[in-house]
Design a protein around this ligand. Structure first.
Ligand code: HEC
Length: 160
């Protein structure tokens, strides 16, 4: 009787060792996180990442002339987009200004800007793409804005 018990315990132990070492089909948790995309936009949602090439193209063709390649603008004339407190305070406003232009006395990083910016793009898709590009370049790492968030923005009629 005692020998049978020892035998059964040994059998149980052997089975336990074999099953725990045997089945290696489950991928380790570490392998899954390694799948995450690399690159400067890796922590943004995929649909936002997909807008970046368009945003970059618009920036290079339309914005650099005033806001400069660096995003630093021109002192007292064109405000910075790089680490700009005004821009970062309201992403939806930034999209609206890119769509409809802006003619305000605005204070950006402590400096006042009074020149007019005319409308820069014609669609919300383009405006959102360019602002997301700005939010993640020029030293900015400030999240993103979605098309849904700018649903309420009105595209004003263009001056002829
Ligand atoms: C012809 C010059 C010019 C061009 C081109 C231009 N801007 Fe501007 N931008 C300005 C001026 C001037 C202001 C300040 C407007 C005001 O005082 O109301 C401004 C302000 C802004 C602001 C708000 C201020 C800030 O620092 O956050 C944003 C955002 C902006 N521009 C984005 C853009 C984007 C994006 C483009 C390219 C699609 C662009 N601008 C192209 C001249 C320009």
């Amino acid at each position: 009787m005692k020998r049978t018990t020892i035998f059964l315990i040994s059998l149980f132990a052997i089975t336990l060792i074999m099953t725990s070492c045997g089945g290696g089909s489950q991928p380790a948790a570490a392998d899954q996180s390694a799948v995450k995309a690399a690159g400067p936009y890796a922590d943004l949602p995929a649909d936002i990442q997909a807008m970046m090439p368009r945003g970059e193209e618009i920036y290079k063709t339309k914005c650099t002339v005033c806001h400069q390649v660096t995003g630093l603008g021109i002192e007292n004339v064109f405000p910075p987009l790089s680490k700009a407190d005004y821009l970062l305070a309201d992403k939806v406003r930034a999209v609206a200004q890119t769509l409809n232009g802006s003619k305000l006395d605005m204070t950006v990083n402590g400096k006042v800007f009074t020149q007019e910016m005319v409308p820069q793009v014609d669609t919300k898709e383009d405006a959102v793409a360019i602002i997301n590009y700005v939010l993640n370049n020029f030293g900015n790492k400030n999240g993103f804005v979605t098309l849904a968030e700018v649903q309420g923005v009105e595209i004003k009629p263009r001056k002829k």
